[in-house]
Design a protein around this ligand. Structure first.
Ligand code: RIB
Length: 291
């Protein structure tokens, strides 16, 4: 059976709902605060599991007592945690402000995520999908891609937070998922302007396919010289967009692991990501709207 293996970050998210996001040097008061499990990697793993994939999380938590909160939802949704290590020190932490329109501002403190190592990965096999993002050490992520390639697994890389990628690194990625800002950072040539040209330069550099996420405008799928395939977003009553991109990536991986074609998988992922925007927090079950 194909599996989804996520190598990446595990955080506790400290979420405050505010009327509007603060400007530089500004203090905003609110009464709404909650600590929730998060981290781009963990959010992606959870989404893959909730979309039916046998899923394993690979990463690190700290010895500071935050691990039970950080791992609670992964554990209860059946994500394999055997490759999550506890290291001395603080767990990953994200300070998140969410405004009345569901838009957010996030500061991530890496903590234990900086210790996550590709050596923790379980053996992979053809049919498996490795999912990565940019919240753990890039050299370890690149090593994880090499391992997946050697063992015949597919690689989905979500270049979030934005990070530049070299030619050899790009050639090991089967599906690159990026928003417009991340796409511009990942494109090999700074001379390329516009998402179309940037996506095509990534394909020319060896990426198998590029999925450009466009929020409420849906996604665009680039697989070759022909026109991009536009995949519309599902309607959503937005409460909090935190983790919507992660949910998209996890759902995409689950759909590919189940044998869906790439266009079908992007459509499934769009639908799931829309539902995640309707709840507060990145890991809140989508059928449960928190107060
Ligand atoms: O993408 C959302 C995630 O980014 C949050 O859960 C937070 O932990 C940060 O990693």
């Amino acid at each position: 059976m194909s599996r989804v293996i996520v190598f990446g970050s595990i955080n506790v998210d400290l979420v405050a709902e505010v009327a509007r996001l603060p400007g530089p040097g500004e203090t905003i008061k609110t009464d709404s605060y909650v600590a929730l499990p998060g981290g781009k990697g963990a959010n992606q793993a959870l989404a893959a599991a909730r979309n039916g994939a046998a899923t394993h999380m690979v990463g690190a938590v700290g010895s500071d007592g935050q691990a039970p909160t950080a791992l609670a939802q992964l554990r209860s949704d059946g994500v394999g945690l055997a490759a999550v290590e506890e290291v001395e020190g603080a767990s990953g932490l994200a300070m998140i402000a969410v405004d009345a329109g569901g838009e957010n501002q996030i500061i991530v403190v890496s903590g234990a995520n900086a210790s996550a190592a590709a050596a923790q990965l379980p053996p992979m096999a053809p049919g498996d999908w490795l999912v990565t993002q940019n919240e753990v050490d890039w050299l370890q992520t690149a090593q994880a891609h090499r391992r997946a390639r050697e063992q015949g697994a597919g690689v989905i890389h979500n270049t979030a937070p934005a990070h530049g990628l070299s030619g050899a690194e790009l050639a090991r990625i089967d599906v690159l998922v990026a928003n417009e800002h991340e796409l511009a950072q990942a494109a090999p040539s700074a001379a390329e302007t516009g998402a179309d040209a940037q996506a095509r330069s990534l394909l020319a550099a060896g990426v198998g396919a590029v999925v450009l996420t466009l929020g409420a405008r849906g996604s665009a799928l680039y697989t070759g010289a022909e026109e991009a395939t536009a995949v519309p977003a599902a309607p959503a009553e937005v409460r909090d967009t935190t983790g919507a991109g992660d949910a998209f990536v996890g759902a995409l991986a689950a759909a590919l692991a189940s044998g869906q074609s790439l266009p079908e998988a992007v459509a499934s992922a769009n639908r799931y990501a829309a539902r995640v925007c309707e709840v507060l927090g990145a890991q809140t079950p989508v059928d449960q709207v928190s107060s």
